[in-house]
Design a protein around this ligand. Structure first.
Ligand SMILES: [Zn+2]
Length: 654
């Protein structure tokens, strides 16, 4: 609801919608899951009001066939808890008396709508219904009364549950203790990349860690393995969480990390086999092909919950939904016994042809969807342009820079453009959106490590690293730069890139997924000229570093170099003094009163005239190649340097 707008809601003419009942009734075979029931969904389009293109929900008849002006349908924890209890019908009576009726589970559709309509006809005093294994629906003659009724019913159920809470005995009591937060984060940093690699053999996933007291109480409990196996009950939840999570039976107090890894690997293998068996047992002749058999929720005693999704928003929603499922189980086990949906019913929702059609209607995923790209130097210039470019291709972007503030500014710009997503879960950094701004000093190994650890905690790992950070120290008038500036130039332009690669390598290897590294060198690496000895030789070393790293990181990670030249536009490498000194050097006439941007333009124009293509080289030109080298379009290219210099024949590599 936080992100919903008018565009998310369908609108239908009620009289036209109600006339569809005649069509439904004419069918020879009708009822739940019959051909006519699915066919009705397409007919809702004929009843559209105001040419509204928003598609009607499959719940449309549940709302439309109830003869009241306002109908609310919700999946609140307290109502699902009653709906997912063994004695749901009796409990509905206990909690709500004669105000609320009960209908057994049935897949949403026209037939369920008619059954609910019939119920209202028989008991005209009903204000609502508990829908078995599903949720709550209630109605009134105006919206405010209905809204207040919704809140009252949810509260009533919650108070009933509260007074039967089992306290320390919840979930059969605690079997394990939670790890302290330092130990936990250290373990997560080691575990998450490994886990990401293990769950991503079919599709890459983005992770979200959810560690709340309620989650810990569940994963550490005696009953967790039994309840996890029953699975998520509400169909609206399990489309994201899958029918059940993977619970790893690890003793955080007495077993080692290596035991945890072994148990995770065997647990995943078992989960996939189990999912395949479920698919085979429940499939129908026209069922869609089996989908990714990997779990989207993993529960680990002592640690918490780790959710996976195709993007950050989805993985946060998944984490949130399973957290809610835990609350549902807690409540249901307090008042009765928690009960899951029969597997065949779950299957008929998960592999519903209407659901499949919805998936097929989704636009194809973008080139860098499901990828996490770390851009180092993202606070300004080529780095910032690159961060914006890869985000356009669906990447999650970690904007890193020596200046944490400027890194966060770029990240904020991205979040403003792409939104933070609909989920509200995620502990600490893991609650982030599709972009994150972090500070890093690449000349300092500890700083680099700390930054990548944060990336792991936020997203579960990373795929591509692009380094645009670099330094150009202007020489004095005789072309000389002092020794300490030589050291600094090499520390950033050569050693810094090496430290990035060396630290990233450790995580790439644990993750075991293909990745790419792009280093920014310079055409100066190949062109000898007076006045920039330290910079030019450092970039020549960086060129060879690309080739050495390509060999060292093969076959897992491709390493390529981007060699820009004379990007003057918005570059932090070209402050006013450097622009003026260059204009002097090349005898380009200018006036001191001109703005820095005007002077930069003059210099850019001068540089352009020296090139074969005669056009200024822009930040966007550089960002395009940084993106392409990271993408699958260059999947067979490694150890190469691509010049983006407008065509400087002196810089041709031989
Ligand atoms: Zn529903």
């Amino acid at each position: 609801m936080r992100t919903s707008t008018r565009a998310n809601f369908a609108s239908l003419y009620m009289d036209k919608f109600l006339s569809l009942e005649n069509i439904y009734n004419k069918a020879n075979v009708k009822g739940a899951k019959t051909e006519i029931e699915d066919a009705m969904v397409d007919m809702y389009r004929h009843t559209t009001f105001g040419l509204n293109p928003a598609a009607s929900s499959i719940d449309t008849p549940l709302h439309g066939l109830i003869p009241f002006r306002q109908v609310d349908h919700m999946h609140p924890v307290s109502a699902i808890a009653i709906a997912a209890s063994k004695d749901q019908e009796a409990l509905t009576q206990d909690v709500f008396g004669d105000d609320v009726g009960w209908v057994p589970w049935q897949r949403p559709g026209f037939d369920l709508g008619l059954a609910m309509q019939e119920k209202v006809k028989q008991q005209p005093n009903l204000k609502g219904l508990i829908m078995g294994q599903h949720g709550l629906i209630n109605w009134a003659d105006d919206d405010k009364t209905c809204y207040e009724l919704t809140l009252t019913l949810i509260e009533k159920a919650a108070r009933f549950i509260e007074q039967m809470d089992k306290g320390d005995k919840t979930f059969g009591g605690q079997k394990y203790a939670a790890l302290d937060s330092t130990t936990r984060d250290e373990l997560l940093v080691k575990l998450l990349p490994k886990l990401r690699g293990l769950v991503s053999p079919v599709n890459r996933f983005i992770g979200t860690v959810q560690i709340t007291d309620r989650v810990l109480e569940f994963v550490n409990s005696v009953d967790a393995p039994r309840l996890a196996e029953i699975g998520t009950s509400c169909p609206d939840h399990f489309l994201r969480t899958k029918i059940k999570p993977l619970y790893v039976d690890w003793d955080p107090q007495h077993e080692s990390e290596s035991t945890l890894l072994e148990k995770l690997e065997s647990g995943l293998a078992h989960y996939r086999a189990d999912y395949t068996a479920y698919y085979e047992a429940c499939k129908r002749p026209n069922s869609p092909a089996m989908r990714d058999p990997n779990p989207t929720v993993i529960l680990i005693p002592g640690l918490g919950l780790i959710a996976w999704g195709k993007n950050k928003s989805e993985s946060r929603v998944t984490a949130e939904f399973y957290s809610l499922a835990i609350d549902v189980m807690r409540a249901a086990e307090s008042i009765s016994e928690y009960q899951g949906l029969p597997r065949q019913e779950a299957f008929d929702i998960e592999y519903w042809l209407l659901e499949e059609a919805k998936l097929k209607r989704m636009p194809p995923e973008k080139e860098l969807a499901r990828n996490i790209v770390v851009v180092i130097g993202a606070g300004s210039g080529i780095g910032k342009a690159t961060a914006l470019r890869v985000a356009k291709e669906g990447a999650h972007v970690v904007c890193a820079d020596l200046s944490e503030a400027s890194a966060q500014q770029t990240a904020q710009e991205l979040i403003k453009t792409y939104g933070v997503g609909i989920g509200v879960a995620g502990t600490g950094l893991s609650g982030c959106g599709p972009a994150l701004g972090l500070g890093v000093d690449i000349t300092n190994r500890a700083s680099m490590q700390a930054m990548l650890n944060q990336v792991v905690l936020a997203y579960g790992g990373f795929d591509n690293v692009i380094v645009t950070a670099g330094i150009f120290v202007s020489p004095d008038k005789t072309g000389h730069i002092p020794d300490d500036k030589w050291s600094l130039t090499y520390a950033i332009n050569v050693m810094g890139s090496y430290i990035v690669a060396d630290e990233a390598k450790k995580i790439w290897q644990v993750q075991g997924l293909k990745g790419s590294l792009v280093l920014t060198t310079s055409v100066n690496a190949a062109v000898a000229k007076p006045g920039s000895l330290a910079y030019d030789t450092s970039k020549a070393a960086a060129n060879h570093l690309v080739r050495e790293l390509a060999i060292e990181l093969a076959p897992l990670v491709r390493v390529n170099g981007l060699a820009p030249a004379t990007v003057v536009e918005g570059s932090s490498m070209f402050p006013r003094e450097r622009v003026i000194s260059s204009l002097h050097k090349y005898h380009v006439p200018f006036d001191d009163s001109e703005s820095t941007e005007a002077l930069r333009e003059k210099l850019a124009h001068f540089y352009a005239q020296r090139t074969l293509t005669k056009a200024p080289v822009t930040l966007a030109d550089q960002a395009e190649i940084a993106y392409l080298l990271s993408s699958s379009k260059f999947s067979k290219t490694t150890g190469q340097i691509i010049s983006v210099d407008g065509g400087l024949h002196e810089a041709f590599l031989r």
